[in-house]
Each structure stands twice: as C-alpha cells, then as structure tokens.
Design a binder for this molecule. Structure first.
Ligand SMILES: *[C@@H]1O[C@H](CO)[C@@H](O)[C@H](O)[C@H]1NC(C)=O
Ligand SMILES: *[C@@H]1O[C@H](CO)[C@@H](O)[C@H](O)[C@H]1NC(C)=O
Ligand SMILES: *[C@@H]1O[C@H](CO)[C@@H](O)[C@H](O)[C@H]1NC(C)=O
Ligand SMILES: *[C@@H]1O[C@H](CO)[C@@H](O)[C@H](O)[C@H]1NC(C)=O
Ligand SMILES: *[C@@H]1O[C@H](CO)[C@@H](O)[C@H](O)[C@H]1NC(C)=O
Length: 758
C-alpha cells in the first residue's frame, strides 16, 4: 500500500493551520460558507475547556521529563514513547484524578450517572485524588490481556476460576459464578500473607496500582487496604514506603466495581510488583481485580520487548477525541479531502450534541444510481470508545490514501457511498471520557443521558413477523421484509431515545445495503438474529433466512483481524468464540429484543452486524496504534463486501426506474425493495439464483442470475411491462375524467387496434 509522505505532510499542515486559526480568530474559520451550507460547526462551543488548543508541532518531550517536579495542575506529558512524529502535547490529565482544572466543574455533574442506571455497576463517580501526580505511565495491560496469564501469580487461589489470571481490571464473571470463569482473583486463605504478583518481564518504572472488587451478583468481596512490594528476582522484595519511611498502607476499595487508583509516592524501578492485602470487606474473602501502571524501561536486548512493541506506518492522529476534538478532526479531514467528503449530522443527542456523520464518496451529498450505500457507526454505548477512534482513524486513512492514489481505496470511494458516524451517544461518551481509560469501570457512560440502552431500544419486529408466520399470514397478509414499525413506538410517550429515533429516520432515508456497528468489551463479530425465537430461552441459535450471507460477512471481518481468529488468543471474559472462527449468531450468545441488527434486517434493506473490537472498552491512548493495525484491513474488507451478490435496476418499458419494486430470491424467505431510482442491491454468496422482480401494476419478471467469486456485484436488471389492467387504467386516465363504463372500453380498444392494423 502506498505510504503517502506528501499526504501526511498535508495533514500535518492542515492541523497546524487549524491550530493557528484557533489561537487568533476562533470564529473566523467557522464562518466558511461551505460549512454553513452543510450546517455543521455551530458557533457556540458546547462547553469551553480551558485547555490549550492543539499544538501539533510542539517538540517531542525529552525522555525522563516526567521526573521533574510539577504543580498539581500542570498538564502532564504523555508516557515516554517513540518520539518519531509531532504529537499533540500537553493534554488533560487522564489517569491522575486530580482536582479538575477551573471551568471543568460545570461538566462534572455528568460524572454521576442517573439512578435509573443499573446500580450494580453504573452508579458511581470518579474517585477523588490523593497526592500529587508524579508521572503518567500507561497501564501494563492486565485489562487488555497484553499481560498474559503466565505473567500473573498469586500466593494461593480459592479455585481455578478465581486464579491470578482472573485478577484483571474489569474482567466479568460467567453466568454461573462457580465455573471456570469467575470475576476476580480470590486468595485461598484470608490472612495477611496473601499476594498477587505481576511479572512485567523487563525493568519497569512502576508508578501506580488500580484495584477493583470482585465482579459478582451475589457476593461482596473487595480489599480495603493493601501494601505494594517490588522485586527484580521475585525473591528479595522491597516494600513501598511513604514519606516518613514507614511501609505504606494504601487505601483500597469500598465497593465492587469502582476502580481506585493509588499512585506510588515515588516511582519504583523493578521487574515484579506485588499487591499484599491488609484488610478486606466484612466477612468476605480477599478478592481483587487490578491494573498496574508503569513505563517499560528501554531494553533493546529483551526478547519480550521487541515482541510486544507494535508500530504502525500510518501517520494518523492516534489519541482519544472528545466531542470538540472529534468535530475538529472531521473538519481537518474535510479540508484535506473536500472533493470526496461531506459532513452532516443525523440529529442531536439528549443533551444537544450533534450526531455527526462523515460521508465519503466521489460525489458526496448525492445517491448515484446503482452505487451501494454503506455505513459504519460506533459509540452507541458511550463507554465503548475504541470503535469511535477506529472510525476517526478510518476517515483520515481513506482521505490520505485516496489522495495518494491507492488504487484499492480510490476504487472503493468511487464505487461506494460510505457514511461514518463515530459517536452515536456523545452524552455517554463525555461521561466515560471524564472517567478516563482506566477509572471509568465497566459501564460509566454506557447509557444515553436519559438512561436508555441503545442496544435494545429499537422496535421488536421479530415478534410481529414470527407471530404472523405462526398464523401462516406470511407473505399474504404480512410481508417477509419491510415490517412496519408499530404505532405505539412512534408515539412521543414511548421510551425511545432521541438518538434511536435519529438513527431510524436516517436508515429509512438512505438505501443502505450493508452496515457495521462497532461495539466493545469483546472480540467477536455478531450477526442477526439477536433475539431468540423460543420465548423462554435466553440463548438459542436463531438464523435469518440469509444466514449464509451473514456468516460470510462476519467471517470477512473476523478472519482479516489480527487477533479475532487466533486460536491461541485468551478469551476476553468467559466466552470462547473460536468454534465459529471469531463470529457468533447474536441470539446464540445472549438474546436481545429490539436490537439495531434485527430492526435493520426486518425494516430496511440493510444487513447490519455488530463488531466487538476489543476486550477493553476504553483502551489507553498508547494502545490505539496497535488497535488500528489489528482492525485496519478488516474495516476495509468489510466495506468491500457491499459489492457482493447482485445489483441492478428495475425499470418500465420506457426505461424509467420503478421504486419500491420487490426483489425475491428463490429459496430465501426475505425480500428486498428497490430504492427511489429503481435500483437495488442483493447481497448473496457465490452461486446461481432465480430472482424475481415484482411491482404493483406490472407483470413480474424472473431471471437466472449468477454470482461469481470475484469482487463486484453481478448486474441483473429487470424491465417490467404494465399489466393489462394497469394499462387500461392509464388509458382511462388519459381519456379524461368522465366515467366510462368498463365493458365498453375493451371493445373500443379492440376497435382502434383493428383500425390501426387495417
Ligand atoms: C532492580 O534493578 C534496577 C537496575 O539494576 C535497579 O535500579 C533497581 O533499584 C532494582 N530494583 C529493586 C527493587 O531491587
Ligand atoms: C506513613 O505510613 C504510616 C503507616 O501506614 C502512617 O502511620 C504515617 O502517617 C504515614 N506517613 C505519611 C507521611 O504518610
Ligand atoms: C459477619 O458475620 C457475622 C456472623 O455470621 C455477622 O453477625 C456479622 O454481621 C457479619 N458482618 C458483616 C459485615 O457482614
Ligand atoms: C478537487 O477537484 C478539483 C476539480 O476536479 C481538482 O482541481 C482539485 O485538485 C481536487 N482537489 C483535491 C484536494 O483533490
Ligand atoms: C402521552 O402522555 C400524555 C401526558 O402524559 C397523555 O395525555 C397522552 O394521552 C399520552 N399519549 C399516549 C399515546 O399514550
């Protein structure tokens, strides 16, 4: 793939321009008429952050800068890392939970989640700070699984499912908490000699420990205080001491789910780190989940060092973007690629943040006849943030590669209309963002501002279809597709999030063919149905009539991901998806009524899948380059699948497209309809198909259509002629409004024909 040196420079220059404009005349660039036309950058910022504008060309920080003494409010440098390119420098402190900078307070009310949210995990605020911030080192990766099971050890364990390898931040227990997969490390005995240990496998400057209680519905187990020890050989241990030279007792947790960060009074250089519990809750056991913060020291001779260091050759903006920064980035991309991008919004969140979409196409803003439409969306759960960043990286990448003339990307952009919505629940995201990548827990920011879970907020059309099928009303009374949304759902009183309504309106307006929604917390691609058909079951494989196509689509993503189909990979939490190659039927995993995927399939032409992009819902910024590498190929391959199957135009004898014509494929009990120009797309795996086009007032037409293995949908056009009845009606209308008695008309017609012939 061409690496566009020039394009990278262009992006950098564009960033600089934006930064400079931001310093001097904030409003000036916002008044660009182009932006007004598209109704984007609103003048009033949603909130003013006091932090400096992006400074892309600030010099890389010298190594060891973190050792300087800093006031508590000094923005902290990033962890030492390859200083190969200019980066955004001082940015807000994330891990350290120091007092919020002035002006930030107004946003912090969002941190406390609503009481309507699940109390078990959602209702908490971000822990308050202790002590000064000395350095910002990234997590070692207990949560991301970068630290392998072999690097975790413990004094004793209660049983296998509560072993040291389960002592990872945010790990989730299985449904039966007595199985192999339980929600923490728990010591086999409850005394002061218990410990859990991480082997970093190289010298590391440890700076902090984050702990959490046991994930359990029934039990209350957490550690209320602990000591920390470090070692270079796991025999001789040095206990971390406080300012007065005593062994420091760190204050631990006070409930199960809220992560609590303790920074070490001074960074400790060592290879091993142990947490040694000193007290624990009530009559419970010693159980904890944790993450360790540390900066690996340079060690070029270390095998693990080289193996674990992931680099990317793409020059993209690898960092988390809050709402304002996301908007800014979209603007930069649009300025760089004005010919192939358009920015619009599909509505507003509960709190009034816009749901931005970036459209990428050679003719942005219009549907081209015969060109399929594709979408990626992310951030439906505000705390599953990796998808958002991957999509922002994707827009930059598509723009850069298009400019660089990458043939594959140029073709994709020319033949597809791509819509990308990175943040469907910006209100939730802002909450999660305040919590930060490690301290938000498992669910802070998941829900919309009014406490709705987007994942099951769509109308349940499955039940409508299945009940009609059971009464044998399909397809005579109820169609097997385009199931109507029930009245009650549309009423203002229905508990439907504004974000959900926005997505429904968007999907009804644009003839999407294929879509992917990026989620987090697992590593798997889930395809519909998401809801079980047997009422009392919670899991049951529930295939759609298009099961083969969906499985292929899911596999196309999973098999090109760097980890999803890796059989040696450890499971994220409790589910092993390897038996289906990193894919799963949604309902066979866990049933969800009212999912986007099921809604999309039953109400529109769009085939929609859920792509779970990682175990860690909110990975640390330093993980983004690697995650981009993991997903880049998959993101492109999946988009290319929109060109599989057959496509064409259904038109009348005068060549006018017929909208809303029904396309049926023999043997597949799910029809589609043509878009407003009479064009249609039918995703199909390779094979030979008998396809019928029908439209009201026209005689239907049937054809054989072949789908080959090569990319590119087979063209399969239909020309329909009017039925006799329709023709008669048409002529009647032409002849004027006078009612003509029917029996007379065929006679007259015949008479005229005879005259013409004669
Ligand atoms: C481990 O080794 C490093 C380098 O030799 C040294 O700086 C550090 O103090 C040692 N740590 C401990 C806990 O002994
Ligand atoms: C150090 O730790 C000891 C024991 O935990 C405690 O009594 C003492 O107050 C601490 N001193 C400081 C300066 O934190
Ligand atoms: C611990 O157990 C004892 C006896 O079973 C009970 O009386 C006490 O309330 C328990 N304490 C807590 C904190 O659960
Ligand atoms: C956009 O299109 C115009 C006209 O085709 C062309 O001159 C210009 O170079 C293009 N700009 C970019 C950034 O590709
Ligand atoms: C909606 O709520 C309003 C006020 O609570 C009530 O008057 C109205 O009847 C409700 N409408 C429906 C369709 O339930």
């Amino acid at each position: 793939m061409a690496r566009p040196g020039a394009a990278a420079v262009a992006l950098a220059v564009a960033l600089l321009e934006v930064a400079l404009a931001g310093v001097g005349a904030q409003g000036a660039d916002l008044q660009d008429p182009d932006y007004y036309v598209q109704e984007i950058w609103s003048q009033e910022p949603y909130y003013a952050r006091p932090e400096p504008e992006p400074q892309p060309f600030s010099p890389p920080l010298p190594a060891g800068a973190g050792e300087e003494v800093r006031g508590p409010r000094t923005p902290e440098p990033r962890p030492p890392k390859k200083a190969t390119k200019p980066r955004k420098a001082p940015k807000r402190e994330k891990l350290a939970s120091e007092a919020p900078p002035p002006g930030k307070n107004s946003n912090r009310k969002g941190v406390r989640t609503k009481s309507s949210e699940k109390p078990a995990s959602g209702d908490h605020s971000v822990p308050v700070a202790r002590g000064d911030v000395s350095e910002d080192c990234p997590p070692l990766g207990l949560e991301t699984l970068k630290i392998t099971d072999f690097q975790l050890h413990a004094s004793t364990v209660k049983r296998y499912g509560l072993g040291a390898h389960r002592g990872r931040l945010n790990i989730q227990a299985g449904v039966n908490e007595n199985d192999f997969y339980d929600g923490a490390w728990c010591a086999g005995r409850n005394d002061l000699h218990q410990w859990i240990e991480v082997d970093a496998r190289r010298l590391t400057r440890f700076t902090g420990v984050i702990t959490q209680g046991r994930n359990s519905l029934w039990l209350s187990d957490w550690v209320t205080s602990y000591k920390v020890m470090v070692s270079n050989d796991s025999h001789t241990w040095v206990t971390v001491r406080n300012g007065s030279g005593d062994m420091q007792i760190f204050e631990g947790n006070s409930e199960k789910e809220i992560p609590v960060l303790n920074e070490l009074p001074a960074p400790m250089v060592a290879r091993y780190l142990r947490v040694n519990p000193q007290s624990w809750f009530g009559n419970g056991s010693i159980c904890l989940r944790m993450e360790v913060l540390g900066c690996p020291l340079p060690d070029p001779n270390n095998y693990y060092h080289r193996r674990n260091e992931m680099t990317t050759t793409d020059d993209l903006d690898f960092q988390h973007h809050n709402y304002k920064e996301m908007r800014q980035l979209m603007k930069v991309v649009h300025e760089m690629c004005p010919n192939i991008t358009r920015i619009y919004n599909i509505g507003k969140s509960h709190q009034g943040l816009k749901l931005y979409a970036v459209e990428i196409s050679d003719h942005p803003g219009e549907h081209e006849v015969g060109e399929p439409e594709f979408h990626y969306i992310a951030g439906a759960h505000g705390n599953e943030v990796l998808g958002r960043e991957l999509l922002l990286l994707l827009t930059q990448f598509l723009c850069q590669e298009y400019l660089a003339g990458n043939a594959r990307i140029v073709r994709l952009v020319e033949e597809t209309r791509i819509h990308i919505v990175p943040s469907l629940n910006p209100d939730g995201y802002e909450k999660a963002y305040e919590g930060g990548s490690e301290l938000g827990g498992w669910s802070l920011g998941r829900w919309t501002h009014d406490g709705i879970d987007f994942n099951n907020n769509f109308p349940d059309l499955n039940t409508l279809l299945w009940e009609a099928e059971d009464r044998q009303n399909v397809p005579r009374k109820v169609p097997n597709h385009y199931i109507a949304i029930p009245e009650w759902f549309l009423s203002e009183n229905a508990t439907v999030a504004v974000e959900t309504r926005a997505v429904i309106a968007w999907m009804e307006k644009i003839p999407f063919v294929l879509g992917g929604n990026l989620q987090g917390g697992e590593l798997v691609v889930a395809y519909p149905y998401d809801m079980v058909r047997t009422l009392w079951k919670t899991q049951e494989r529930t295939p759609t009539p298009d099961d083969h196509v969906f499985r292929w689509l899911a596999y196309s993503y999973a098999s090109t991901h760097r980890l999803m189909t890796d059989a040696r990979r450890r499971v994220c939490h409790t589910e092993d998806f390897q038996k289906e190659d990193g894919t799963v039927n949604g309902a066979s995993w866990h049933t969800v009524a009212g999912s986007l995927n099921d809604f999309s399939y039953l109400h529109t032409n769009c085939f929609e899948l859920s792509i779970y992009v990682g175990c860690d819902k909110f990975p640390h910024e330093s993980e983004l380059p690697e995650e981009w590498e993991n997903n880049r190929e998959s993101l492109i391959v999946f988009m290319e699948q929109v060109h599989r199957g057959i496509k064409g135009v259904v038109s009348d004898v005068h060549g006018r497209g017929i909208p809303d014509a029904v396309i049926s494929v023999e043997g597949v009990d799910h029809d589609l309809r043509t878009a407003s120009d009479g064009d249609y797309w039918r995703l199909l795996n390779p094979g030979e198909y008998v396809v019928t086009a029908r439209a009201e007032g026209f005689t239907s037409s049937t054809k054989n259509c072949m789908v080959g293995y090569d990319m590119g949908a087979t063209k399969c056009d239909f020309t329909l002629s009017k039925t006799n009845l329709a023709r008669i009606r048409e002529i009647m209308q032409k002849l004027g409004k006078q009612p003509v008695s029917l029996p007379a008309r065929p006679l007259r017609l015949r008479g005229r024909k005879r005259r013409q012939r004669g």
